[in-house]
Design a protein around this ligand. Structure first.
Ligand SMILES: Cc1cc2nc3c(=O)[nH]c(=O)nc-3n(C[C@H](O)[C@H](O)[C@H](O)COP(=O)(O)O)c2cc1C
Length: 237
């Protein structure tokens, strides 16, 4: 009751609405573009149940409704709330590829960051359920293919659970330094696996960069607040 009364007062708290469904694919942490599970073949906006969401409060100590704060510091942070918050950090989008015994494999990722210049290292975070991860472990190499603004469909395809052959039928690639490099990538880096560290339900892959390249023009694809964006069309927060 107290929760429901408060929803009327606190705009950051979503009213508990009956009938919202859990979408299996949305158990992953990548926002509403993720659903490829039948019957949701297309990007879907299915919501998960709201039970378990932490209450949020607007404008604590800031005198403005621009800020939302999760209230209960002793409760664990709800993963959906965390995804919503961390989604305010815009990222590029990449397809990470590897060459398996049965052919190329790859997945869409936005958890990529540079790590070190001496030596030159980068990080990719792999979902432990990814089918690409064991192939990366096996071959000890991977490539990060940074996508351009026109690659939304490709990003969706590589975020799906379609078989690798179907993913790679949609794009041409060249095997470079033992890994598939996508011909249309805006930029790419080939890496030897330097280390793999456990990170909750993900594995942090540290790659030692052995080859790089980039296109001479083109805008990147951007992922922001659970959706694809172009640099010049970011919506207001
Ligand atoms: C925007 C976006 C970012 C993603 N980031 C990651 C990521 O950083 N790591 C990861 O393992 N999966 C990530 N995924 C999910 C994978 O692309 C998805 O689980 C894919 O089906 C894995 O393919 P695979 O099982 O063939 O390896 C992301 C998906 C999207 C749409």
């Amino acid at each position: 009751m107290a929760r429901q009364r408060r929803t009327a007062l606190v705009t950051g708290w979503v009213a508990p609405t009956a009938g919202l469904l859990r979408c299996v694919a949305h158990e992953s942490a990548y926002g509403r573009v993720m659903c490829h599970t039948p019957p949701h073949r297309e990007p879907c906006v299915t919501k998960r149940p709201l039970s378990g969401l932490l209450p949020t409060e607007v404008g604590i100590g800031r005198g403005t409704s621009r800020f939302q704060r999760t209230m209960s510091p002793t409760s664990p942070i709800d993963p959906v709330r965390f995804r919503e918050v961390i989604g305010h950090f815009p990222t590029g989008v990449a397809i990470v590829t590897a060459q398996g015994a049965d052919g190329p494999a790859g997945l869409t990722t936005n958890a990529v960051t540079s790590l070190s210049l001496d030596p030159v290292l980068l990080i990719v975070c792999f979902d432990n359920r990814s089918r690409t991860l064991p192939i990366v472990r096996e071959c000890g190499r991977f490539a990060v293919n940074i996508l351009g603004a026109d690659h939304r469909e490709l990003a969706l395809l590589f975020a799906s659970k379609r078989i690798a052959a179907e993913k790679f039928a949609a794009v041409t690639h060249t095997v470079d330094h033992g890994v598939p490099v996508l011909d249309d990538a805006l930029a790419w880096a080939v890496c030897d696996v330097e280390a793999m560290h456990p990170g909750g339900d993900h594995t942090i892959g540290v790659g030692r960069v052995t080859a790089v390249g980039h296109a001479t023009s083109g805008d990147p694809l951007v992922f922001y607040r659970g959706d694809w964006q172009r640099l010049h069309e970011l919506p207001p927060a």
